[in-house]
Ligand binder design. Structure first.
Ligand code: SF4
Length: 427
């Protein structure tokens, strides 16, 4: 969501005649699009802003803008903490940055939650011409004990289906081949549109699947509790919906899942995995896992390892629990010591990497459909692209960005595959 917001910010600035500077030191306007989901981005922002403030003392004409979730969370204090910041805006208030700059700095300096709206009408600078993020909802109605999102992005608000499908259609006409539907809790989309519109996420997948020219549909992030039957059937039946689901686990211990207020337990989660795998053969599963949630015992952690080993995820984002001020979990007793968290994380990462290596090795010898992204980052003689299961492939062959190419997989690591265009092998 943050990357998508950055594309909107860039596109909007470009429409005002403000292009990307060759380096930070040469920029006239510095825009920080922040994340506050964990402590590390906050710390990094404070270092970046320290540098920016020092530059502004030498060049007072420099404009500094801070947007995103950190700005929203610190809305009461941001100008006090960083008096040299010219404008601050929350994630739902991106247009206000343009208004402020367009008005020559005369508009109010802060724009936050009360101005929330979808940014679909803003100009957009797409990082990849053939791929687009499509925001389908914003905010979240869950109350996961560790999460700051509901506080900074507000209650869930779904975009109307007609608007979304119209955007996907426009994108396809513009050469986009792959869309990723975005929402904090993407598969609960549509519920808040009732009673005016009765719909659900499976129906949205089906509607996007009918758009001519769209070859691949992905979505993130879904919540396990909202994977109802119509969504699973749509996943199985829609040709463009990729065989890849990101299914956040967070913990393998039902006791901890309850403390996290995730509203599912280990058994329900595993039953869902079984249903998804039965419906979509060859499904790739990704996940998020938090290590060191308050009260996590060695036994809880062992249960997480057990689930990771049992499900055999293709990829996993692993996080050390980071208490966020304003969340329930930050106030819980039994915070886990840092050394224990780090030691557990190391064990988890080792397991995740071993399984990912094994899963990728299983692809060797198969032919995968790859959407070409450009030259390989490690060897410019090769091309790079992604499979439908969302694995990066470096391969020998020909193809333009946005083209689909069949590739014979010949090698693998824990994160990438290697191969040769199938047509060349056959020849
Ligand atoms: S569902 Fe996701 S965004 Fe919503 S509160 Fe839970 S972790 Fe945060």
């Amino acid at each position: 969501m943050n990357a998508h917001d950055s594309e909107r910010i860039k596109g909007m600035l470009e429409s005002l005649g403000i292009g990307e500077a060759p380096s930070r030191d040469e920029a006239d306007v510095l825009v920080f699009n922040t994340c506050t989901i964990r402590e590390k981005p906050d710390t990094r922002l404070s270092a970046y802003l320290g540098d920016a403030g020092a530059r502004k003392r030498e060049h007072p004409e420099l404009v500094i803008a801070v947007g995103g979730c950190y700005a929203e969370a610190q809305r009461e204090r941001i100008f006090e903490l960083y008096p040299f910041v010219d404008v601050a805006f929350g994630p739902g208030s991106i247009p206000h940055l343009g208004e402020w700059l367009g008005a020559g700095g005369e508009a109010p300096r802060g724009a936050f939650g009360e101005h929330r709206h979808f940014a679909a009408d803003l100009p957009l600078h797409r990082e990849r011409a053939f791929h687009a993020w499509v925001q389908v909802s914003m905010g979240c109605n869950s109350s996961c004990a560790y999460c700051i999102v509901p506080a900074v992005r507000g209650r869930e608000q779904s975009r109307r289906p007609g608007e979304i499908v119209a955007e996907v259609t426009r994108l396809a006409a513009d050469g986009v081949r792959e869309v990723t539907l975005l929402g904090q809790n993407v598969n609960s989309w549509g519920r808040d549109l009732a009673p005016g519109i009765r719909t659900e996420f499976g129906e949205l997948l089906r509607a996007c699947d009918t758009v001519e020219g769209i070859e691949r549909i992905r979505f993130t992030s879904p919540h396990p509790k909202d994977f109802r039957a119509p969504v699973i059937t749509a996943l199985a039946e829609c040709a463009a919906v990729c065989e890849h689901v990101h299914l956040p686990l967070q913990s393998g211990s039902s006791r901890l899942l309850k403390a996290m207020r995730r509203t599912y337990d280990r058994e329900r989660y595993l039953a869902l995995v079984a249903r998804l795998c039965a419906a979509v053969p060859d499904l790739a599963l990704g996940t998020d896992v938090i290590v060191g949630f308050p009260g996590e015992t060695e036994d809880d952690f062992a249960q997480t390892l057990e689930v990771v080993e049992g499900v055999r995820y293709d990829s996993a984002f692993t996080f050390i629990f980071s208490p966020r001020k304003g969340t329930e979990a930050a106030e819980l007793p039994d915070q886990v010591p840092d050394a224990v968290k780090h030691e557990r994380l190391e064990r988890l990462v080792e397991l995740v990497q071993r399984i990912a290596s094994e899963r990728n090795a299983e692809r060797v010898g198969r032919v995968e459909e790859v959407l070409v992204e450009g030259s390989s980052r490690t060897d410019t003689a090769l091309l790079r692209g992604r499979t439908r299961r969302n694995t990066m492939v470096n391969f020998g062959g020909a193809g333009q960005p946005g083209e689909l190419v069949d590739v014979l997989i010949e090698g693998s690591t824990s994160t990438t595959l290697r191969g040769t265009q199938a047509a060349l092998v056959a020849a």
